[in-house]
Design a protein around this ligand. Structure first.
Ligand code: HGY
Ligand code: MN
Ligand code: MN
Length: 412
């Protein structure tokens, strides 16, 4: 069997990383930004240059398949957007590797190419709207357009305006679902984004499951006042209440389960004056674990403690659910196929659950889904320092080629 073209793969990854490139070596292709749109155009152009047929759907997902092919397909790919000041591989690697795999099979005249479609998903990260997986949720018909329509992005711009500036009509996002009936299975190649594979000397790992990801926006309302004339005993300090709760998050979450994690990625006070007691504090909370029960337990424990602290501080809390993506077990048959592909390369794969969320979690509730990881150097991700060795990037793509070939052979 023809193998992938390693130089072309690495050159494509280098070329894509120049789009939204940052001086510190990272990339910033924030969803719906000019850089994100440029990344999508680049991907569609590379698909076209390969002699394949690009198709952009109503949610700005970029697909590619053989000219005239109508499916059904095995879908493989990942997302093209990044976090702000992120790495060059998160998402991009899986999308570019999928292109290299389909291009390789198409060029070699392998008939299985007819049954493979690739994808660069839109807005997986969810930084801009605080709820992500927009492209894959639109594909499977689970996108809550009503919540989007009434929402604003992280800078207060109405979502519909952000999407319109990207050329999208928010009322047509649901059209993306029409494509789902053509998809029979999904395989996503991704960097681990964590330290385990490197620590254990694992070159390839099959993902057993993806954590559930619960995201909230929390507002604490107190009384804005003068920071110099108001004695502590008379303060209703929203900033103090919020930071007290935040400081207890780790212990509350670990009490639910030692493997659970949580994050407060953003907190701001209003009005934000150096001499003004904050009347309002806002922060985002994210809780993750493989079991829904543990996520619920951690979220409830934090909420209880937050309410108690607010009562002590003379404040009140308002909690808004931003998103909940349930835990996603991966398909056992695809896990076996991925294992077979790794062994064909002389590697015994590891098996890991994913602490990062992925489009595969969304697809897994509708079609069989599988994921394969390659190591992240130093376990770093969502950072300009995110990197993976060329050897691992090539090895992962070679394994994807074999796994996709095996899985697509049975697509009818
Ligand atoms: O947040 C995540 O886990 C993923 O990288 N979007
Ligand atoms: Mn990702
Ligand atoms: Mn990410």
């Amino acid at each position: 069997m023809t193998d992938i073209n390693r130089d072309r793969l690495l050159e494509d990854l280098r070329a894509l990383s120049t789009i939204g490139a940052q001086p510190d070596g990272g990339v910033d292709r924030l969803a719906w930004s000019d850089a994100d749109l440029a990344g999508r155009r680049w991907y569609a152009e590379r698909i076209r240059e390969a002699g394949l047929e690009p198709r952009v759907d109503a949610a700005l997902n970029v697909f590619g398949h053989l000219p005239g092919s109508g499916g059904p397909w095995l879908l493989t790919g990942s997302h093209l957007d990044s976090v702000p000041d992120g790495g060059r591989l998160d998402g991009a690697y899986g999308a570019v590797a999928a292109l290299e795999v389909l291009r390789t099979l198409f060029e070699s005249g392998d008939s299985v190419a007819e049954r493979i479609e690739i994808v660069g998903f839109a807005d997986e990260e969810g930084v801009r709207f605080k709820a992500g997986l927009i492209g894959s949720l639109a594909l499977v018909g689970e996108l809550e357009v009503g919540r989007l329509r009434s929402g604003q992005d992280w800078k207060g711009v109405p979502v519909s305006q952000v999407l319109a500036s990207a050329g999208l009509d928010i009322d047509r996002l649901t059209e993306a679902k029409q494509h789902l009936h053509s998809i029979r299975a999904f395989i996503e190649l991704h960097i681990e984004q964590g330290p385990r594979m490197e620590a254990d000397g694992i070159d390839l790992a099959i993902v057993s499951g993806i954590v559930g990801v619960h995201r909230q926006r929390i507002q604490v309302i107190g009384t804005q006042n003068h920071a110099g004339t108001t004695p502590f005993r008379l303060r209703h300090d929203a900033g103090r209440a919020a930071t007290r709760a935040a400081s207890e998050l780790k212990d509350l979450v670990l009490a639910a389960d030692s493997e659970a994690v949580a994050n407060i990625g953003m907190m701001h006070f209003e009005p934000g004056g150096v001499n003004v007691i904050p009347g309002r504090a806002e922060f985002t909370l994210e809780v993750r674990h493989l079991e829904e029960r543990v996520v619920r337990q951690a979220v409830d424990a934090f909420r209880t403690r937050l309410e108690a602290i607010c009562a002590e501080e003379g404040c009140r809390a308002e909690v808004e659910l931003l998103s909940w993506v349930p835990p996603a077990p991966m398909d056992p048959l695809l896990m076996e196929t991925l294992g077979k592909a790794c062994r064909e390369l002389g590697r015994t794969p590891g098996k890991l659950w994913s602490g990062a969320g992925h489009d595969a979690a969304v697809l897994s509730h509708h079609v069989p889904a599988g994921m394969l990881f390659v190591p992240s150097a130093g376990g770093i991700s969502h950072s300009p320092r995110e990197t993976t060795s060329d050897e691992h990037l090539v090895l992962g793509t070679q394994a994807l080629l074999r796994a996709v070939r095996h899985a697509a052979a049975s697509i009818k």
